[in-house]
Ligand binder design. Structure first.
Ligand code: MG
Length: 382
């Protein structure tokens, strides 16, 4: 049995509801319903074949966006439960947070953003919201998944002022400099905990990074020393797993304890107080935040900028921009369901570009590679 929700947690009574009103579910909370709709949608299944850092075909043991999202949900739920926040809402936000990601991870997004420069740009947070608000077509009574305001608020992690102005309800907090609900703040940091640690694990497994330089990084080094002291004879793979799980635990415990203090000190008593508070109330203590940043910098230099990752990045950029160019030049190349939505006049270039971006963003890594071959390889059958 979970304990009662804290007064500042998101709850049915304080919910701002759905865009299209619906009767309440019979045996589930509103946020459970959100989570269930996310799990059943097509964009969620495609996360299985989208890159986090390693492209899908590089190996079966590496994280994909799907396993990453499941890890974020696991970490987020633990934190939410301990802080008496709404676990179902945290889970829904965590599972949906990457739905708008392009194929090939951040390089895919950067490439698509560059292609969309003159047409309003491309941003994966915004695209995740677009997926759940509009692009999923599954229900008779409304477009998208018709999720609650709180889940949508959590999905929209960042947003430019220009885009915020066009978004209405969920965009307003970026104009008014307010905070999202606490469950969204938890999911956001659970994301950071998950990727920092699984990138260490995947990076080591791939051989692109090694243990020795990582020992200089405090978060890793402290746990390395502790594990070496307690279990000097562990096989290498077990040792790494033991270190990584201790790093996750260190971060989660610090986050819970520091956030608990901040929540008490702030005196917030409702979700409205949370939104109105000048700063995020969920966070790491100062020393641990520094350590987390140190690890991020290490991963940037040694893993994300590793020449083998950069080579894949370059290919990804080429695939995405080639696809964009082909479809913009001739929308008749688009599959029928997209072609029907893509206006062809010269004045409607921005609307056409958005349809093309939606199509490309929805692709998995391997689908994008195949589609590129079908469009550019004269010997490839279509
Ligand atoms: Mg993520």
């Amino acid at each position: 049995m979970s304990a009662a929700l804290a007064p500042y947690a998101a709850s049915r009574d304080s919910s701002r509801g759905r865009r299209f009103s619906e009767s309440s579910p019979a045996y589930r909370s509103e946020y459970q319903r959100d989570r269930d709709r996310i799990i059943h949608c097509g964009a969620f299944r495609r996360l299985e074949y989208k890159t986090q850092v390693f492209v899908n075909h590089e190996g079966d043991l590496f994280r994909t966006r799907l396993t990453h999202s499941v890890e974020v949900a696991q970490i987020g739920r633990s934190i939410a439960r301990t802080l008496n926040l709404n676990e179902d809402l945290t889970e829904a936000i965590a599972l949906a947070h990457d739905l708008g990601h392009t194929p090939f991870g951040h390089s895919g997004q950067d490439a698509l953003n560059a292609c969309m420069k003159d047409y309003g740009g491309f941003e994966h947070n915004l695209q995740s919201l677009r997926v759940v608000d509009l692009l999923e077509e599954r229900y008779a009574d409304f477009p998208g998944l018709n999720l609650t305001f709180e889940t949508r608020e959590g999905i929209l992690k960042h947003c430019s002022v220009k885009n915020a102005a066009e978004l209405g309800d969920v965009g307003r907090r970026f104009l008014e400099k307010k905070q999202p609900n606490l469950e969204a703040q938890v999911a956001n940091l659970a994301d950071e905990i998950a990727y920092n640690n699984h990138d260490v694990d995947d990076g080591l497994r791939s051989g692109l990074i090694t243990v020795e330089p990582l020992r200089e990084i405090r978060l890793f080094g402290e746990q390395y020393d502790e594990v070496a002291r307690r279990h000097p004879d562990l096989p290498e793979r077990v040792r790494i797993h033991e270190i990584v799980r201790r790093m996750i635990n260190r971060l989660v415990v610090d986050l819970v304890e520091h956030s608990r203090r901040q929540l008490q000190d702030s005196g917030v008593g409702s979700i409205t107080d949370v939104r109105d508070s000048g700063q995020a109330l969920i966070g790491f203590s100062e020393p641990v935040r520094d350590q987390s940043r140190e690890l991020k910098r290490f991963l940037r230099t040694h893993l994300y900028d590793h020449y083998r990752v950069r080579r894949m990045t370059r290919k990804a950029e080429k695939i995405v921009s080639d696809l964009f160019t082909a479809f913009m030049d001739d929308p008749r190349l688009l599959p029928t369901q997209y072609r029907d939505k893509a206006p062809t006049t010269s004045e409607s270039a921005a609307a056409r570009a958005r349809v093309v971006a939606d199509y490309i963003a929805g692709m998995t890594d391997r689908y994008a590679i195949r589609e590129h071959r079908r469009l550019y390889d004269p010997l490839e059958l279509t």
